[in-house]
Design a protein. Sequence first.
Length: 628
Amino acid sequence: MSRTETPRRRPAAPATTAPGRAAPARGAAPARGAAPEQTFHGIAVSPGIAIGPAFGTSEPPAEVTHQKIPAADIEAEGARLEAAIAQSRKQLGKLRTRLSLLPEDSQAEIAPLIDAYLRMLGPSRLVRGARRRIMEGLVAAETAVTEEADAIAAAILTIPGDDGPGRRRRAEEVHEIARRLVRNLTRQPYLSFSALPDGAVLLAEQLRPADVALLDPSRIAGVAASVGGREGHTAVLLRALGLPAVLGAAGIAEAVRPGAVAIIDGAAGTIILDPSEQSLVAARRSVAAFARDRARLGRLRRLSAETLDGQAIELQANLELPRELPLIAQSGAAGIGLLRSEFLFMNREDLPDEDAQADHYRTIVEAMAGDPVTIRVLDWGGEKDIESSGGDDIVRGFAPGFVEANPALGMRGIRLLLRRPDIFETQLAAILRAATAGPVRILLPMVTSLAEVRDAREIYERVVRRLRRRGERLPDPLPPLGIMIETPGAALAADALAFEADFFAIGTNDLAMYALAVDRGAADVAALYDPVHPAVLRLIQFATEAALRTRRPVSVCGEMAADPRFTPLLIGLGLRAFSMNASAIPRVKQAIRGLRADDCARFAHRVMERGDPDEIRAMIDGFARPEP
Ligand code: PEP
Ligand code: MG
């Protein structure tokens, strides 16, 4: 996307306004320079205005400084090094055993690399050298490892001969194992935001979902990144946290001058760096208008979600991080329609055990005080690209830097769980235990075939029997087992799947991605991503009709449910349950309260006769526009 420059009239006033939320920007003062105002354009991802000092983000490991230790600490420092070596060996050993999940050619490529790393953690020059540096150089373990690795890599690079690429690769391997040791010594998260001042506007090259999970929305005012699309998981999480955000704004990461004032407009999709006084005044006005709008919509909380002709619509919230619970409580949601459990597996080096998971789920179920909670089992993989703090994929056991050939079509969701029944069973057991605290449903992600649902149900029943043998108290009746309809395969087989699945949740994000072959998280093809393309609408219609015919409950939990422009069409297709990010609920409720279900049905009928997405979009805009 593009960038424009406008001459600046006066230096920016200090930033004091946070994005449509109460917390004022505090901390580092914005730089007052003579830089001209620059506007960057990207994809509007999460509404709200953020004004604050801009900061970038850096990848760990953080700089390791030359840190001296007293002679009395030699033994303790040596022990730290040995512990980090043991931990690194353990991590790599796990990776080695899980390689069988990969296709054979990938195994053949990765196994020797892991073996090389393991050798470097044995009686290698790196380990011997690091130990010696601690004892003789009196330096901290991190310093010893980093400096020894630098020395070895430099020596490798100066070996005479013509195998330049080979030498560079070996030198990088030494650095990579040193980075692993340092990460284990310092226990750093993958990306660290703790150093950002309160009220900061974060401008990054790229943010992964696991990175967003580390953001504290009470401290960060807004976010922009050079890459990313509207429906990717990074965007989903940013909306969930209510952080004003723009993604796909090319060049923004390079342009950041730490501390300079930035304005993010998450509805317009713009970022202004070094704003003029005029732009600042306008942005502050928008902050106030946004707050007034929120307050007005907040008053809808206690009103029912019912059409003018008396059709009750169920509005539930999606939850991706437990810190959304207060937002969900304020939204008037009638339960959680999609709990994305991936948060439990992000930014950690080991798998969460049954007790830890049960505690998390129970806390959420109890917080919903009798309203239903639909817990989706782990949807790992694809563009979620979830990495632990060690930089490894803890579920699949892939090493840092591993790239699945075609992740969206690869080992994702239910496919992976059926390959890792240990993880699946642990999660099911935890959910069952939490389900004694309130009504719960279990949801399977990325289903494409009947066999997957049957296999999953068999595992579910096995877990139930095991828990009964263990004397565990279980809910009666047991939680229903439903499926996401988020692949064209599942949508078109919905009539058959309805016999195996207890309910359907239509995931329009992936459904549109797979139907249109457009990466939901990519900026360059974002314009092609269209949930009202007739192909997507026909899949939704087919799956909905299959559910209604077989009396299976059906809801929409993709981002389409959160857009009030699409509400009439979805109601017209027969849908009566929607789940969305909590902050979208009031606006969708407002739309519902102005609609008649029979008008919606006639409207949907007309739309489904059309084959041109532009025409459909025009019809949707026309229907949403109130009569003059
Ligand atoms: C979807 O695909 O629409 C969905 C709700 O799942 P997720 O966004 O977590 O992939
Ligand atoms: Mg999905």
